[in-house]
Design a protein around this ligand. Structure first.
Ligand code: APR
Length: 234
């Protein structure tokens, strides 16, 4: 691809699949028999905070046992070596992109390793087992700490920055996402409308696959390093 300077990359659960993190909509989907409304909405949290904390505690514990894969590593290499603008927007709440070394990174759906106090509005690193009765490390109030995860019905983080990057992007790349959840699922159309080339890398065609100029289907751990090599080779 020639004439590319500004790149916006969107990743989803598929980029972490080969690290051993379950995707959401696969056969062994991450919801693990829970209803999404119970574990991934503010209403569900208000109804049963213990259940929601237990669900995210289990995911956090698993995160400690996995590491970045070749796709995360290739994206970190691209971040370090790409001379133009680059923004990696992830829908994932794991920390595998940062552990691989990506720095120009935005967690639009929050982060499993962060907590958020609904009383004082501070965000902080998650400490041990902060259950429903936990004390906020910032304001010392009990029972107001929640995982800093963007749930269904909530506004994703960084939308202004993402919108600006969508406007400037020459290339939009979507990796490992099913295209089922908005607003991320709509980024390809915005980028395309604003003149960017669009590339999808996924195991299978996503719900928005027709909006991509180029599509590469296969495991992210193979496809992403190959694409990064090509891009950096010019
Ligand atoms: N390599 C590339 N793609 C893969 C791989 C792999 N090894 N394994 C699975 N995939 C693809 C699947 O084919 C699927 O299209 O990754 C996609 C994962 O889709 P989802 O499970 O729907 O995950 P995602 O798109 O990230 O979900 C978006 O939904 O539940 C919410 O907030 C949650 O951020 C999440 C959002």
């Amino acid at each position: 691809m020639t004439g590319i300077r500004n790149i916006l990359i969107l990743t989803g659960a598929g980029v972490s699949a080969e690290s051993g993190v379950a995707t959401f909509r696969g056969p062994d989907g991450l919801w693990e028999g829970h209803r999404v409304e119970d574990v991934a909405t503010p209403e569900g949290f208000a109804r049963d905070p213990e259940l929601v904390h237990a669900f995210y505690d289990a995911r956090r514990a698993r995160l400690g046992k996995v590491g970045p894969n070749a796709a995360h590593q290739a994206l970190a290499r691209l971040d370090h070596e790409w001379p133009g603008e680059l923004l990696l927007v992830t829908q994932n709440v794991d920390d595998l992109h940062e552990r691989a070394g990506s720095q120009r990174l935005l967690h639009m759906h929050g982060a499993l390793n962060n907590g958020w106090c609904l009383r004082c509005n501070e965000r902080f690193g998650w400490e041990g087992m902060m259950g429903a009765a936990a004390q906020c490390p910032s304001c010392a109030t009990y029972g107001m700490v929640r995982p800093d995860i963007v749930w269904f019905g909530e506004i994703p983080y960084g939308m202004d920055q993402i919108d600006a990057a969508l406007l400037r992007a020459d290339l939009f790349v979507s990796i490992g996402t099913s295209g089922a959840v908005y607003p991320a699922a709509g980024f390809v159309r915005t980028a395309r409308y604003r003149g960017a080339s669009t590339l999808e890398i996924n195991l299978e065609p996503s719900q928005g696959s027709i909006f991509f100029d180029e599509r590469r289907y296969g495991p992210a751990g193979t496809e992403v390093p190959a694409w990064v090599d090509e891009l950096l080779a010019g």
